[in-house]
Design a protein around this ligand. Structure first.
Ligand code: PEP
Ligand code: MN
Length: 344
């Protein structure tokens, strides 16, 4: 159920509605919007009676939510959500007119490699740095990441280059550690339905970059995000990174048609990962251009100064010069759509 407040409802009215919901044993999720505030209810097992709420001061109406997901839905919040990464003054906002580009290597391999990539993406104007310290690998024998040492290197990069750090957490236990170092927590494709991890990042104060599972439908993707919002963390950025199909010319099939579909159903921003989405360096720039054209709110791209010797995902990592070209080209396309690219 969704309680829609009147445009002139006071904070006191909203608080009273939330108290009522809590007193019934449920959780209240006030979502302020430009026109009005809506309050979502979670935790109820069956339908609730609208009359219980409609008699409270400031309430316009109580409506049943038609979708299985509630908090991620446009029914609760009509305006696009703006998700802020980094310090309140000087961070980056995703979901508005400005497109955010997150760039860096697949994994933090060592200090020199990570710093070299940071220097180049910084030079190209990026403000957000990616790099896994914990890598969820298909094989248990592949490089699993440097762990805390990798996180320390990322923290150094933040200090030195002023880049904000987006890095992956792979289970609820290591989340405590990753949270100490990251500006945003990445939940990878392989963990999109790791429900204990989703609940854990749902209790974090940091924004979450949630990647689409490699065989997830749109509903499953949005329901995964719903897990995070239901725990009280409304700062979720979705990421399309390609799904498995019969196509064998690319690592995954980048499903750009999901962007307008998500935009119609949800207020959450969505960015695109053309690196994992294609698996091939030469296809990254064309798909990045297409992603921006189709309405993505940003990109996450793998960049390496020596991709031929990268420990993971070298074949899909851009050379720094290619990343500069990507930034230039997507900036031009963004302009056609009345958008700009965040830069320093
Ligand atoms: C990554 O971003 O390095 C990664 C492992 O991506 P995905 O979870 O999309 O495979
Ligand atoms: Mn990778």
């Amino acid at each position: 159920m969704l309680i829609v407040m009147k445009p002139q409802a006071s904070e006191e009215d909203v608080r009273r509605v939330c108290e009522k919901i809590v007193s019934m044993g449920y959780r209240a999720h006030p979502m302020p919007g430009a026109q009005r505030t809506a309050v979502g209810i979670t935790g109820n097992r069956g339908p609730l009676e609208p009359e219980k709420f409609e008699s409270l001061p400031g309430v316009a109406e109580a409506i049943r939510v038609s979708k299985a997901y509630k908090l991620v839905s446009r029914e609760i919040k009509q305006e696009d959500s703006l998700i802020h990464i980094g310090p309140s003054a000087g961070g980056v906002t995703i979901g508005g007119r400005e497109l955010a580009i997150i760039a860096g290597p697949c994994a933090v391999e060592n200090r020199e490699q990570a710093r070299a990539a940071a220097a180049r993406v910084c030079q190209a104007g990026a403000r957000l740095f990616r790099g896994g310290a914990f890598k969820p690998r298909t094989s248990p024998y592949s490089f699993q990441g440097l762990g805390e040492e990798g996180l320390e290197i990322l923290a150094e990069i933040r200090r030195e280059y002023g880049l904000m750090i987006v890095t992956e957490t792979i289970d609820p236990e290591n989340c405590d550690l990753v949270e100490k170092y990251a500006d945003a927590l990445q939940v990878g494709a392989r963990n999109m339905q790791n429900f204990s991890l989703l609940k854990r990042v749902g209790r974090s104060k940091l924004p979450v970059l949630l990647k689409r599972g490699m065989s997830a439908t749109l509903d499953e993707f949005l329901m995964a995000a719903e897990y995070i919002l239901a725990e009280g963390n409304y700062n979720v950025i979705l990421c399309e990174r390609g799904v498995r199909t019969f196509a064998d010319h690319s690592r995954n099939t980048l499903d750009l048609s999901v962007i307008p579909a998500v935009k119609r159903l949800s207020h959450l921003p969505i960015i695109v990962d053309p690196s994992h989405g294609t698996g091939k360096r030469d296809n990254v720039i064309p798909l990045a251009r297409a992603a921006v054209a189709v309405g993505a709110d940003g990109l996450i791209v793998e960049v390496h100064t020596d991709p031929d010797h990268a420990i993971s995902d070298g074949y899909q990592s851009l050379f720094p010069e290619q990343f500069e070209t990507l930034v230039e080209q997507v900036t031009a396309i963004a302009g056609v759509l009345g958008r700009t690219v965040v830069s320093r």
